[in-house]
Design a protein around this ligand. Structure first.
Ligand SMILES: Cc1cc2nc3c(=O)[nH]c(=O)nc-3n(C[C@H](O)[C@H](O)[C@H](O)COP(=O)(O)OP(=O)(O)OC[C@H]3O[C@@H](n4cnc5c(N)ncnc54)[C@H](O)[C@@H]3O)c2cc1C
Length: 396
C-alpha cells in the first residue's frame, strides 16, 4: 500500500504502552491518526504500578475495563531502610486513606495492559493501523514524510515519536539527548508467597538500590530488584530455588515462603533527558522523552501524561483550524511537559544518589528527610499527592 496521497494529522510511531495510549487518545479527538507499530506479543514480564490519574485516563479511553481484572490495588506504600548503615532512616508508611482515596493506583502486568490497549485501538475507525516500522523520517516545511520498512510512504502534519529509548523520530528532528549510565541494573521477576501482601507495596532501600515488592492479584508480587550491574547479573544467573531464597531473605520473610515464577529479565538502568520535547513537526512521548530508573513508579505514569497532553493540545489545535505540527503547537506541548518531566527526573536522581552515597552528611540528610516525612502529617500528605501527579494538573 502506498499512502502518499493521504495526509494524516498525526502518525504515531511505536506501539509500546505510551504509543498505543497516545494513538487512542489522538484518534478519540477526531484527529486523522495512523499508528505505525509492529504487532508483537509483549516481550517481558514487567508490571506497572499505574497511579490514580493514569487509571482515570485509561478508564476514559475505554481501556481500563478490559484489563482491570488483572490488577491489584495499591493501598499502602512502605519504605524500609535496609542499608545496614550507622545512620538509618525510620520506616515510612504512606496510606492512601490518609489523603481520602481508597488506593494510590493499581499494579498490572504489562502484557494485560498492552493487550487491552491493542483491543481498544483496533475498534477505532479513525485510527489506521500499519503493522510495520519507520525506516526513514523526513520533516519538511508543511508535512513529514515517513518511509516504512516495507516500502510504504506516509505523509503527516505531525509525528508523535513513541519509539522508545533509541528513537528514530527524535534523531530525525535533530533533538539531542543527555544520557547517564547508572551502572545499576533492575532484575524483574514475579513471586508466589504464603503470607498475604495486604495490598502493601514494600520498598527495601539497600546500598545498591531499592528492592520493591509490588502486590499482584492473589498471594503474588512482582519484584523489581535494583543492584549494581555485576551483582544483578549474578542474581539473574541463580537457579529458581536459590533466587527464591535470596528474595525471601531480602524481603525479611514478611511474605512467608517465597517461590519465584518462571521468567526473569534484566534492565540496565540510566537516565535520559532530551533537550526538547518537540521540534520540526515531531513530538516525543514515553521513553523517547524520558528514561528514569524504577524508583517511585514514575516512568510510564509520565508517559501516559505525555499521551494525554499531546492529544489535548492537538485536539484543541484542530478544533481552531490550526496546523497540529506547527511550531506554536509544539511550543504548547513543550511547556505542558517540561516542568513535570524535569522535576521528576531530578527527584528520582536525588533519591537514587542519596541511597548509594557513602558520604555521611548525605546519609544523615536522607535519614532526617525520611524522619520528617514519617512524623509530620502535612508533609507526608504533600509527598503522597505530589507522587501521584504534579499539583498544578490535579483536579479536585
Ligand atoms: C524494571 C522496570 C520497572 C518499571 N516499573 C514501572 C512502574 O511501576 N510504573 C511506571 O510508571 N513505569 C515503570 N517503568 C517504566 C516503564 O516500563 C516505561 O516507561 C514504559 O515501558 C515505556 O513505554 P514506551 O511505550 O515509552 O516505550 P517501549 O515500551 O520501549 O515502546 C517503544 C516501542 O517502539 C517500537 N519502535 C522502536 N523503533 C520503532 C520504529 N522505527 N518504528 C516503529 N516502532 C518502533 C519498539 O518496538 C517498541 O514497541 C519501569 C521500567 C523498568 C525498566
Amino acid at each position: 500500500m502506498n499512502d502518499a496521497s493521504q495526509v494524516y494529522d498525526v502518525v504515531v510511531i511505536g506501539g509500546g504502552p505510551a504509543g498505543l495510549t497516545a494513538a487512542i487518545a489522538l484518534a478519540e479527538t477526531g484527529a486523522k491518526t495512523a499508528l505505525l507499530a509492529r504487532r508483537a506479543p509483549y516481550a517481558d514480564n514487567r508490571t506497572t504500578a499505574l497511579l490514580g490519574a493514569s487509571t482515570d485516563l485509561l478508564e476514559r479511553l475505554g481501556v481500563w475495563p478490559r484489563c482491570s481484572d488483572h490488577a491489584a490495588a495499591l493501598q499502602t506504600m512502605r519504605l524500609v531502610d535496609d542499608t545496614g548503615r550507622l545512620i538509618r532512616a525510620p520506616e515510612v508508611r504512606f496510606d492512601a486513606h490518609e489523603i481520602g482515596i481508597d488506593q494510590f493506583g493499581f499494579n498490572i502486568d504489562n502484557r494485560s495492559l498492552v493487550a487491552a490497549l491493542e483491543q481498544r485501538a483496533a475498534e477505532l475507525t479513525g485510527l489506521t493501523r500499519l503493522d510495520d516500522e519507520a525506516d526513514e523520517i523526513h520533516p519538511e516545511d508543511a508535512t513529514v514524510s515517513v518511509r516504512t520498512k516495507q516500502g510504504n510512504l506516509l505523509t503527516t502534519r505531525l509525528v508523535v515519536g513513541a519509539d522508545g529509548r533509541h528513537s528514530l523520530s527524535r534523531e530525525a528532528a535533530g533533538i539531542d539527548v543527555h544520557r547517564r549510565d547508572l551502572r545499576q541494573s533492575a532484575l524483574t521477576f514475579n513471586i508466589a508467597h504464603t503470607r498475604p501482601h495486604k495490598n502493601i507495596s514494600t520498598e527495601f532501600h539497600t546500598p545498591q538500590g531499592p528492592c520493591v515488592f509490588v502486590p499482584l492479584a492473589g498471594n503474588r508480587c512482582s519484584v523489581v530488584w535494583v543492584r549494581a550491574s555485576k551483582e544483578a547479573e549474578r542474581l539473574m544467573a541463580l537457579g529458581d530455588e536459590e533466587l527464591s531464597e535470596a528474595a525471601e531473605k531480602q524481603s525479611h520473610s514478611i511474605f512467608g515462603r517465597v517461590q519465584v515464577e518462571p521468567g526473569r529479565h534484566l534492565f540496565p538502568l540510566g537516565i535520559e533527558r532530551p533537550s526538547q520535547f518537540g521540534k520540526d513537526r515531531v513530538a516525543l512521548v514515553g521513553e523517547s522523552a524520558h528514561v528514569v530508573p524504577p524508583i517511585g513508579a514514575q516512568g510510564l505514569n509520565m508517559g501516559l501524561r505525555d499521551a494525554a497532553d499531546i492529544a489535548d493540545i492537538v485536539g484543541q489545535a484542530l478544533s481552531r483550524g490550526e496546523d497540529p505540527g506547527s511550531p506554536a503547537v509544539l511550543a504548547r506541548y513543550q511547556s505542558a511537559r517540561r516542568s513535570d518531566v524535569t522535576s521528576r527526573i531530578f527527584a528520582i536522581d536525588v533519591a537514587n544518589r542519596s541511597l548509594l552515597s557513602d558520604f555521611l552528611p548525605m546519609q544523615s540528610a536522607r535519614a532526617i528527610g525520611m524522619h520528617l516525612m514519617g512524623s509530620i502529617g502535612p508533609l507526608r500528605r504533600l509527598a503522597m499527592r505530589e507522587g501521584l501527579a504534579p499539583s498544578w494538573r490535579r483536579v479536585s
